[in-house]
Design a protein around this ligand. Structure first.
Ligand code: GRF
Length: 203
């Protein structure tokens, strides 16, 4: 009997290239996961269009934006995750910290991708072009992308996989961003697929 696929929610607030790559991969019959919903704290992020194109529900959750009222965000997000029967959450350009209660409920079931070789160039405020600026300023000869589990600290959870690229001389932050995005779009689906496989073989 064919196993049910692991039900994944993407949480994102950005452009949506990783969301798009995750969804594309999931269309393969051999994929261990399916993307059942895209959730955002923003009303009109790029991922909304990605979801629409792929006929996947998009849920705007404004409560996530209200850092004064943590209780409301937990209740709303938990309700959404339960209503879609979510097994795993894949963060993809989601810049806010996930509330502690959700981390506890989804322990070891929340993944994130970061545009550097963690533990280098991670932490609060390290996102997007800022990461690439810092990498170039320090004259690194290589950088890359990391997929990791999410805990209560920014970019500190267990590393699940990384991919390295070389940095060419005179590379601009924008060029680096583009190169790193390309490898992210390959790495994230691979790692999520393998992680989900392992996850259901133990259940
Ligand atoms: C990626 O660079 C990812 O590493 C970071 O946020 C960015 C999201 O990009 N967490 P996109 O919206 O998937 O294009």
């Amino acid at each position: 009997m064919e196993k049910d696929k692991i039900r994944v929610a993407i949480m994102a607030s950005g452009f949506g290239s990783n969301a798009s790559a995750l969804i594309e991969f999931s269309k393969n019959t051999l994929s261990s996961y399916e993307i059942v919903v895209c959730i955002s704290n923003k009303e009109n992020p790029g991922i909304k269009e990605v979801a629409r194109r792929n006929a996947i529900p998009f849920e705007y959750c404004p409560e996530l934006q209200d850092s004064q009222n943590q209780h409301n965000s937990v209740v709303s997000l938990h309700h959404l995750l339960q209503s879609y029967k979510i097994d795993i959450i894949a963060l993809s350009g989601y810049l806010k910290l996930i509330p502690q209660q959700i981390i506890d409920i989804y322990k070891d079931r929340i993944l994130n991708i970061h545009p550097s070789l963690l533990p280098k160039y991670g932490g609060k405020g390290m996102y997007g072009i800022k990461v690439h600026n810092a990498v170039l300023q320090d004259k690194n000869t290589e950088t890359g992308a990391t997929v990791h589990l999410v805990n209560e600290q920014y970019d500190k959870g267990k590393i699940l996989g990384r991919r390295i690229i070389q940095i060419n001389e005179n590379c601009s932050p924008e060029e680096l961003n583009e190169k790193v995005k390309k490898i992210e779009n390959i790495l994230y689906p691979e790692i999520l697929h393998n992680y989900c496989k392992q996850f259901y073989s133990h259940s």
